[in-house]
Design a protein around this ligand. Structure first.
Ligand SMILES: Nc1nc2c(ncn2[C@@H]2O[C@H](COP(=O)(O)OP(=O)(O)OP(=O)(O)O)[C@@H](O)[C@H]2O)c(=O)[nH]1
Length: 392
């Protein structure tokens, strides 16, 4: 029966919550196959967590018809285990795994609740135990969410952090109020105060709102992966041709505006066909990755190394004049001479030819600058390879 003092009957809240949580979990289940493989384990753990919370809510709703051990002990245990599923899900989302310490708050909370039902019936102590265990798990979720990768700033992740932090805060408030003004009687459903009611509402809303935020987090991860795939070269992970062209165009406008120098170097491996023909395409790929690593290692932080296609690399040198650009190219040639690539268990010397061009008032676009660097590269090849040429 509805308590006339309360705006909502707690049993109705629990039943509605169970339904909403199950529907929300079902949406996540339907989406499962559309998620990329690396977020699927996290999504599965989230779904299991959601299912456990839903079962916990259902038992809470049915508590007047069930023995207290079953209704309260099991439902509280299921709620805590479900929330632990969320911690595990967030760990899996970031590539971390299961840890047995994760089970401790659920064990402590469930055993505590059972103790204060069967051995020493005490409603305030039960609420304090359950709230304390919940707070620990919710704060563990906040902690996991705050370990954001710097390159992956996600709005949905911050929203989810806020949701978990808010529920933790309300649960802590419920704990505090229970300590200072313990509720009388033994049945919380019939004696629920406003803070208890609010904490209950927010806790039951958590799986619903949280699942939406979690789905958005998965989608943001997928979008990031697509952007990464579209802007980088699959073999070397360097910026691809399109990214370099876009960055080059932006750099050209900035250089014109700020009257700063800009240069570009095109680097081409000498006789690369021989590598492929002698050792096969896989070794050729290995050589290209070796060169890409060296290029990254020798470039300054402000330079953009990229793969322009085939055995051709490019280095965008913002703020570099002719002297600095030539020095950057020679630095790479020297590094390559000092680090021959390991092929078939032996170091094989490789050489490159480099064409460098510095921005000129006559260049109308980044393409013009590249064309001059390409002509300089051609001159370097024609002059016998293993050298750098600066475009006139
Ligand atoms: N392994 C591998 N080979 C590639 C890739 N892209 C292009 N190539 C090979 O790169 C070679 C380029 O050969 P060429 O254009 O004749 O140039 P080269 O042998 O380096 O000769 P020069 O540039 O004139 O010194 C070809 O054998 C291509 O098959 C790739 O992604 N992986």
């Amino acid at each position: 029966m509805a308590d006339p003092q309360l705006p909502l009957d707690p049993r109705t809240i629990f039943l509605l919550a169970t339904l909403m949580i199950l529907l929300n979990g079902a949406v996540l289940g339907l989406m499962h196959r559309s998620l990329v493989a690396d977020v699927q384990p996290a999504a599965s753990a989230w779904r299991i967590g959601t299912l456990l919370v839903a079962m916990g809510c259902l038992l809470q709703a049915l508590q007047t018809w069930l023995p207290p051990m079953l209704a309260l002990g099991l439902s509280n245990g299921l709620l805590l285990a479900g929330l632990t599923g969320y911690v595990l899900s967030l760990r899996l989302f970031d590539g971390r795994g299961w840890h047995r310490w994760l089970l401790l708050p659920t064990l402590f909370g469930t055993l505590g609740v059972l103790w204060f039902i069967e051995v020493q019936p005490d409603l305030p102590a039960r609420i304090v135990t359950m709230s304390a265990a919940m707070c620990v798990i919710l704060l563990a979720c906040v902690r996991e969410l705050r370990r954001e990768r710097p390159a992956e700033a996600m709005t949905s992740r911050r929203v989810l952090t806020l949701i978990f932090a808010l529920v933790a805060l309300l649960t802590a408030a419920r704990l505090g109020i229970t300590v200072y003004a313990p509720p009388a009687g033994s049945n919380l459903l019939q004696r629920m105060g406003l803070v208890h009611m609010l904490a209950l509402l927010v806790t039951t809303a958590l799986p619903v709102i949280g699942t939406t935020a979690f789905v958005l987090m998965c989608l943001e991860r997928i979008r990031g992966q697509w952007q990464q795939a579209a802007s980088t070269d699959y073999l070397t992970s360097l910026a691809n041709r399109r990214t370099v062209a876009e960055a080059g165009e932006r750099a050209l406008h900035a250089a014109r505006r700020q009257q700063t120098p800009l240069a570009v170097a095109i680097i081409d491996v000498d006789h690369f066909k021989v590598v492929n023909d002698t050792w096969g395409h896989a070794i050729g790929d290995h050589v290209l990755r070796h060169l890409a690593r060296l290029l990254v290692d020798t470039a300054r932080r402000s330079d953009l190394p990229g793969r322009y296609g085939g055995e051709e690399f490019v280095l965008l040198l913002e703020g570099s004049d002719a002297g600095q650009a030539v020095a950057a190219g020679e630095r790479f040639r020297t590094a390559l001479a000092a680090s021959p690539c390991e092929i078939a268990d032996a170091p094989r010397p490789l050489t490159v030819s480099i064409g460098v061009a510095v921005l000129d008032p006559a260049d109308r676009s980044f393409d013009d600058l590249l064309r001059r660097a390409d002509a300089a590269l051609y001159a370097a090849k024609s002059a016998g390879r293993d050298r750098l040429h600066l475009a006139p």
